[in-house]
Design a protein around this ligand. Sequence first.
Ligand SMILES: Cc1cc2nc3c(=O)[nH]c(=O)nc-3n(C[C@H](O)[C@H](O)[C@H](O)COP(=O)(O)OP(=O)(O)OC[C@H]3O[C@@H](n4cnc5c(N)ncnc54)[C@H](O)[C@@H]3O)c2cc1C
Length: 278
Amino acid sequence: MFEEKIDLPTAKKRIDIPTMVKIIEVKQETNQVKTFTLDISLHAQPGQFVNIWIPGLDEKPFSIAEDNGKTLKITFFAVGQFTNHLFNYKKGDKIGIRGPYGTYYRFLPHSTLALLAGGYGAAPMYFLAQKASQMNCTIHFIVGAKTKEHLLYLELIQNLPNTFLHIATDDGSKGHKGYNTELLEKILKTHIIHKVFACGPEKMLYRTHQICMQHKITGQLSIERYMKCGFGVCGQCVLDNTGDRVCLEGPVMTTEQLNQIQEFGLYHRDKEGLKHFF
Ligand SMILES: Cc1cc2nc3c(=O)[nH]c(=O)nc-3n(C[C@H](O)[C@H](O)[C@H](O)COP(=O)(O)OP(=O)(O)OC[C@H]3O[C@@H](n4cnc5c(N)ncnc54)[C@H](O)[C@@H]3O)c2cc1C
């Protein structure tokens, strides 16, 4: 039986005061998505996040898309004020960063893993797949997007050893027509999977959780809530009704933990604490 917990090396350092770092590479992934390579390593683990600061504007959390011990990557969608501003940053510009924060994905070497990614979830999932393939795991990487134009990281995933790529698009423009969770169900019927990992929209996570329960398989899912401090002090990202803070007890949570969380799959709160139903 594969155990739930295995400790990867913990973060060697954590920066709590924003440090200005240079953007050393900008990659345009799609017309709405960019990846920045930053001139810093925080020795972070897959699943953890950083807070990115634009002086005079705001600070927002972003999943770590890679930390190779020298540089760190983030991948983001231009959806609102902060991310549209960030989208205009060029190679050589500086942004503030602090972290790494939060929990991270845990797995055993030599295990067979299913990784589900929706939206920018492909970025942290790729980071996890990199580490897992280095530890001789077999990986079923299941990406989902609205259309083929929205699929991220495909080339990088395809080049990972011991990794099988499965694609789902809502409109069927590439791969399976439908949700990536449908592909997960198919894979679970034909393969032995030891653990399921997911990062993406909450509806996708909720369905993934249901499938894990039905198949009596454990999983680790990364959830997202509006957050501020990043280290458990401000209480902005507290979950009903366990009181878990997504920034500290999350963002990566086990399927067992999520069983206890009343708001999971149902609603999230905005910065005023008002509920928004999914
Ligand atoms: C732990 C954690 C990790 C995160 N990692 C990432 C990441 O790796 N990449 C990334 O792009 N964002 C990530 N986010 C979200 C990010 O922090 C911002 O909230 C988001 O980018 C929007 O910020 P904004 O100010 O530009 O837009 P806002 O003004 O806050 O939002 C504008 C509109 O876009 C909607 N919206 C917000 N976020 C998204 C989204 N991701 N996709 C589609 N619509 C959205 C909002 O509901 C709103 O209607 C993460 C959040 C958390 C809590």
